[in-house]
Design a protein. Structure first.
Length: 601
C-alpha cells in the first residue's frame, strides 16, 4: 500500500463510486492536488494517469472505494489546525504498526465546517460536513449540508455559536441617524443592523475602516451604527452599566458577546442610547454610545455614515450606454450596484434607470456611453486611483492602463490593456480594451513583466527529480516552460508557496524546486564565471532579472542548474545544483518540485 500525505490532504488510492458532479481539468497529479488545496470548496481530487484531474467540491461526492490500482490516485481534504504534524507520511504502510496507526486515523470521524469563497459569485459560503471511513466496505463516505452563501462579495462570514453570520461594512457620502441606518439594513429581507460578537468581528470593522482611510489624520472623523439600543428601563439610569443595559436585534449574537470593545469610560448612563463603531480624534477606535437621533456626535466632530454611495475608484455621473455587446442585469439598488462593480476586478462601468435595475459592464462589453441629462440615468465608470490623493472632480477624466483581475467563472487570473477617454464633441465616453488573457488555472499567479504578463505556478512532487525530468513536466503543456524569477515580488510568491507547504517549518524535510537557468556551455567548469552566467529557457525574462541567491551562490563549480532552495536554517534562496541530481550533494535536500511559467492566453 502506497500512501502519501499532502497536508492538508490525505493522499492514497481510491475510485469515486457515487457522485453527482465533478470538474475535469488537464493537470498532472501534483497540479491537481494544488488546485484542490487552493480551492476552499474542494473536498477531494482523483486521477487515473497524469492529465486527467477530477475535482470534487462539497456536495458533489458521496462515496469512494479503496483501490489497489497504482494509477487510481485519490486525495481528500481535512482540517489540520489541531494536529502538530500531518496525520501520516509517505512511509506509512511499511510496517504493521504504521498500518494500524493509519487505519485508526481513517476510521476517525471528521466533523467540521468550512468557510470559503464561491468562485462563480465571489460570495463567502459555509458548509458543514462529515468525512468517515467504513472498514467493512472499504469506502470513504462524504456527507455535507447544503451550502449557505452570503448575499454578495462585500460580506465577510463569521462562525458564531448560533450559526454562520455575514457582515458588511457600508458607508455613505451623507450622515444618518440610527433609525435611518437600521432601515437601510432591513431594506433587504432578513437583513438587520449587526452586533459585534467577537474580537475577530471587531477587527473586521477596523480593517474596513482602515481601507476607507479613516485612520489617516487628514481624513474627517467617521462612525458607523451597530446593533444596540438602551433598554427602556435603563434610559437615563446611570446605574445601568455595560452591555446589560442594551437590547440587540441581531439574532445570532451570543448572550455575552466579547466583540464590543468600548472606548474608555463607555458605555455610560447618559441619554446617548445607541451604539456605534467610532474612530476617535487620536485615530484609535472603539464602541461608543451616541444619541440615536443624531447624524453627528454631540461635539460635531464625527459624522455617522450609513451605506455606500460613491467609491473612490468610480466616477459617478449621468449617461446612457450607446454601443455595447454584452451586460449583466441585477436587481440591486444604485449603491449596491456601485459596490458590485467596485468588488469585481473586470467590471469597468455600471448603469441604472431607477433602483433595482443594475446593469454591469465588464471590460470588452462596452464601447460608448452618451452623456445624459436625465436625473434617473445614473452611470459610473472605474479608473485606477493609486496616484490621486482625492477623487477627480471632473467626470471627463480618462486613462490608459492595464488590469490584473480574477475571472469569476473560472477563478483564473486575467490581464488586459485598456483606454478610457471622453469626446467633448460627441459628449460620449469611449471604452477600448484588448482581449482578456488568462492564466491556465487557479493555481497560477500572474505578474507584470516589461516583456508582457507572465503566469507562475509552484508545484511539489511525490518524489525527487533531476532538472531534465522536471523541465519536461513543465513542457507537457504547450508554450509552458520552467520559469525564472524576474523580480523580488516573484521571489516572495515562491517563498510564500513554500511556507504554505510548511517547507520553512523546522520539523519538515528540506526541499528545493528547479528554476529556469542552465550554465552557458562556455562557462561550464570555469570558476572565474560568477553571477547569472546562465541561459534562461523561457521567454519574457529580461536580460538582468533580480535574483535572491543563497550566500556564496552561484559559484563556478560543476553545479550548473538553478533551484529555489530551503536551507537547513530555514532561510531560503537561489542555489546552483548539479543538473543530474535528484538530491543535493550532501543528500539533505530533495529536488521535489518545479516553478512552471506560461504567458497568459
Amino acid at each position: 500500500m502506497y500512501i502519501l500525505v499532502y497536508c492538508p490532504m490525505i493522499v492514497t488510492r481510491g475510485t469515486p463510486d457515487v457522485f453527482v458532479n465533478s470538474i475535469s481539468l488537464v493537470l498532472i497529479w501534483e497540479e491537481c492536488l494544488a488546485n484542490c488545496t487552493g480551492n476552499d470548496l474542494c473536498v477531494a481530487a482523483h486521477t487515473i494517469g497524469d492529465g486527467n484531474c477530477q475535482i470534487f467540491e462539497f456536495g458533489d461526492l458521496q462515496t469512494v472505494k479503496r483501490s489497489y490500482d497504482i494509477e487510481s490516485k485519490f486525495a481528500y481534504k481535512i482540517k489540520n489546525e489541531n494536529r502538530s504534524t500531518c496525520p501520516a507520511d509517505d512511509t506509512v504502510g511499511e510496517t504493521v504498526q504504521e498500518i494500524k496507526f493509519l487505519f485508526e486515523i481513517l476510521q476517525a470521524l471528521f466533523q467540521n465546517f468550512i468557510i470559503g469563497i464561491n468562485e462563480t459569485s465571489g460570495r463567502e459560503v459555509s458548509v458543514e460536513y462529515t468525512v468517515s471511513f467504513d472498514q467493512s466496505s472499504q469506502f470513504w463516505n462524504f456527507q455535507s449540508m447544503r451550502p449557505r452563501l452570503c448575499p454578495n462579495h462585500r460580506y465577510k462570514m463569521f462562525k458564531r455559536a448560533l450559526g454562520p453570520w455575514c457582515m458588511a461594512f457600508v458607508v455613505d457620502a451623507y450622515c444618518h441617524n440610527y433609525t435611518e441606518g437600521a432601515a437601510y439594513c432591513t431594506s433587504m429581507p432578513t437583513r438587520i443592523l449587526s452586533g459585534i460578537d467577537t474580537p475577530e468581528e471587531f477587527e473586521f470593522l477596523k480593517e474596513r475602516a482602515d481601507s476607507w482611510n479613516w485612520f489617516n489624520s487628514s481624513s474627517p472623523l467617521y462612525s458607523v451604527w451597530v446593533s444596540g439600543v438602551r433598554k427602556p428601563a435603563c434610559v437615563g439610569n446611570p446605574s445601568c452599566q455595560g452591555l446589560s443595559a442594551f437590547s440587540f436585534d441581531d439574532p445570532t449574537l451570543s448572550a455575552n458577546p466579547t466583540g464590543f470593545l468600548f472606548n474608555p469610560g463607555k458605555p455610560d448612563g447618559t441619554g446617548e442610547d445607541c451604539l456605534a463603531f467610532r474612530v476617535n480624534s487620536d485615530r484609535t477606535c472603539g464602541i461608543d454610545n451616541i444619541r440615536c437621533d443624531q447624524v453627528r456626535t454631540s461635539d460635531n466632530s464625527t459624522g455617522i455614515t450609513g451605506y455606500i454611495s460613491v467609491d473612490s475608484v468610480m466616477i459617478v455621473t449621468r449617461g446612457t450606454p450607446e454601443v455595447y455587446v454584452n451586460s449583466t442585469s441585477l436587481v440591486l439598488i444604485w449603491e449596491e450596484c456601485l459596490a458590485k462593480c467596485t468588488g469585481n476586478d473586470l467590471c469597468v462601468a455600471v448603469h441604472t434607470i431607477g433602483d433595482g435595475n443594475c446593469q454591469i459592464f465588464e471590460f470588452g462589453d462596452l464601447q460608448t456611453v452618451k452623456r445624459s441629462s436625465d436625473i434617473e440615468s445614473k452611470f459610473a465608470y472605474k479608473i485606477k486611483n493609486g496616484n490621486l490623493s482625492t477623487c477627480p472632480a471632473d467626470d471627463t477624466v480618462g486613462e490608459t492602463n492595464f488590469i490584473f483581475g480574477t475571472n469569476r467563472t473560472s477563478g483564473r487570473q486575467v490581464y488586459l490593456d485598456y483606454t478610457l477617454s471622453f469626446d467633448q464633441t460627441s459628449q460620449s465616453w469611449n471604452f477600448q480594451s484588448t482581449s482578456p488573457r488568462l492564466c491556465p488555472s487557479t493555481t497560477y499567479k500572474m505578474f507584470k513583466r516589461p516583456l508582457g504578463p507572465w503566469c507562475i505556478d509552484f508545484s511539489s512532487n511525490s518524489g525527487c527529480r533531476n532538472y531534465t525530468a522536471i523541465s519536461s513536466i513543465c513542457t507537457r503543456m504547450p508554450n509552458r516552460f520552467l520559469s525564472g524569477i524576474d523580480t523580488p515580488e516573484e521571489f516572495e510568491f515562491i517563498k510564500g508557496q513554500a511556507a504554505a507547504m510548511r517547507w520553512l517549518n523546522a520539523s519538515y524535510p528540506l526541499y528545493a524546486v528547479w528554476l529556469s537557468g542552465v550554465k552557458k556551455p562556455e562557462f561550464v567548469g570555469n570558476a572565474s564565471c560568477q553571477g547569472l552566467s546562465h541561459s534562461p529557457t523561457q521567454p519574457y525574462l529580461p536580460t538582468r532579472p533580480v535574483i535572491y541567491s543563497t550566500r556564496g551562490k552561484p559559484d563556478g563549480t560543476g553545479a550548473d542548474c538553478l533551484a529555489f532552495r530551503v536551507n537547513s536554517d530555514r532561510t531560503c534562496g537561489i542555489d546552483n545544483i548539479q543538473c543530474d541530481q535528484i538530491r543535493t550533494s550532501d543528500n539533505s535536500t530533495c529536488l521535489g518540485g518545479q516553478v512552471c511559467g506560461i504567458s497568459p492566453s
